[in-house]
Design a protein around this ligand. Structure first.
Ligand code: MLT
Ligand code: ZN
Length: 462
């Protein structure tokens, strides 16, 4: 180990490193629980050539690198548990250029996502990727995990908004991929391989991102529902008639945590088992009429039991707070997280089957449901009861996971819709991907990273 430290210190001055126990703990993990961090050292490259040098040294001297962004990941993709060298992008945080004609921005990988969104807004545009951790996540990490969030139903995943990437491969070469082009039909698009690769093929060091015009006249409604079926019925009723900007849901079990954490009142005067939030563009009032008519029908059928409306920025923010703050509000309770998805047509049957398993096998734990139901993406969070240890809790959750993932497999769904695989979900990959597909994924890894220096052990053991 000391020789790896010596090699790094012979090539970079002291300003490149953090070595205190506190920093090793901080930079050696993401927002995942359960896997204790144990990195060797944290290095902070300042340029692409520094990254390239680090990769060259790792290949030459056989040590493993863990790329690290804002560390907001939830699948342990950025956890260094095996004495790896953590390569933080914190110092590669420059906004390189904004192109007004193309409505694109070129940034280094360490730029905080919210800063990119602010620049878009200053130019009367939007960067249409929105999730609760945007204030601390970095764009490189978001791209490496193909981030989603609450507006995927309208704008798609981050993949849709990356028009160019600069990467340093695991072999140490710098590749410029797609160069900001809108059209480019020249064979394999390696940019898309790096998006979602979780740092296993190389480092994303720069990105070109597309902005677009903002929606006009946003309206938001929060609904209270008697059960989960009512949430699905509401979503599918609106989905058939209007092109919404977002449709999210959460169970009442989430509400106490958010109220406690953010010091807010109940979402509606009375509590209901489930809530949903619909966001749509008013569209010269046309959508309002459709929404109002559908709302009345659903209200009469007792599918919707109450509602709160938001059309100015303060009321919209307040409503979204109930959904967006769930993750932060529960994080100190070490929830066991699942991030499942199926096609929207299957969501009803899928959810009912999963719920049966969960109710039968977790009688003592608190079950929290929330997520992006209009994308077919459900977050199932289990919170430990006080009378069992963390390790017993984890063991139990892993057993139940198998039953849940068998249902995922049956519906041809995904074991990780938007949080990635990392270390946490890798032993379940085969529930979502065939042996043959995993074989090809490993072959691709071997091409870009033949010595397995890049985030070794994440996604799969290559
Ligand atoms: C969310 O939708 O709130 C995020 O994916 C984070 C989480 O699942 O906790
Ligand atoms: Zn989510």
């Amino acid at each position: 180990m000391s020789s790896i430290l010596e090699i790094l210190k012979n090539n970079f001055d002291a300003s490149f490193f953090k070595t205190s126990k506190e920093d090793l703990l901080k930079y050696g993990k993401d927002w995942t629980n359960f896997i204790p961090p144990n990195p060797l050292i944290i290095i902070f490259p300042k340029t692409i050539f520094d990254v390239q040098k680090i990769v060259q040294l790792a290949n030459e001297h056989h040590f493993v690198l863990v790329p690290s962004g804002g560390r907001t990941g939830l699948s342990a993709g950025a956890v260094a548990a095996q004495n790896e060298v953590v390569v933080s992008m914190d110092k590669m945080d420059k906004i390189l250029s904004f192109n007004e004609l193309e409505q694109t921005i070129q940034v280094e990988a360490g730029v905080i996502t919210e800063n990119i969104k602010k620049i878009a807004e200053e130019n009367n545009l939007i960067f249409p990727i929105d999730f609760a951790s945007k204030g601390s996540s970095q764009i490189g990490g978001n791209i490496a995990t193909n981030a989603g969030g609450i507006q995927v139903v309208k704008y798609g995943l981050i993949r849709n908004w990356v028009t160019g990437l600069k990467v340093v491969t695991g072999r140490g070469e710098i590749l410029e991929l797609n160069q900001g082009l809108i059209k480019n039909a020249t064979g394999y698009d390696l940019r898309h391989l790096f998006i979602g690769s979780e740092g296993t093929l190389g480092f994303i060091v720069e990105a070109t991102l597309q902005f677009i015009s903002p929606p006009k006249n946003k309206q938001v409604i929060l609904f209270g529902h008697p059960n989960i079926e009512a949430v699905i019925k509401t979503m599918s009723t609106f989905r058939k008639k209007i092109d919404f900007l977002a449709f999210e849901f959460f169970s009442d079990s989430c509400v106490d945590y958010v109220m406690e954490h953010t010091q807010v009142d109940t979402p509606l005067p009375q509590r209901f088992p489930y809530y949903s939030i619909l966001e749509f563009e008013s569209n010269d009032g046309k959508n309002n009429d459709i929404v109002f008519q559908l709302y009345q029908e659903l209200y009469q059928e007792k599918i919707i039991l109450d509602d709160a409306f938001g059309s100015d920025s303060i009321s919209i923010k307040k409503i979204w707070g109930y959904r967006e703050n769930i993750s932060a509000s529960i994080s100190s309770f070490s929830p066991y997280k699942n991030d499942l998805s199926v096609t929207i047509s299957n969501i009803h049957l899928f959810l009912l089957e999963i719920e049966k398993v969960v109710v039968n096998h977790y009688p003592l734990f608190k079950i929290l449901w929330y997520g992006h139901i209009a994308d077919g993406n459900l977050h199932l969070n289990i919170i430990k009861s006080n009378d069992i240890s963390i390790s017993e809790f984890e063991k139990k959750c892993k057993e139940v996971n198998i039953l849940i993932f068998e249902i995922v497999q049956k519906y041809k769904g995904s074991i990780s819709a938007e949080h990635g695989v990392g270390l946490l979900k890798k032993s379940y990959l085969e529930y979502s991907k065939s042996q043959e597909e995993i074989f090809y994924m490993k072959m691709i890894k071997n091409i870009f990273d033949p010595n397995h220096i890049m985030n070794k052990g994440k996604i799969f053991d290559a």
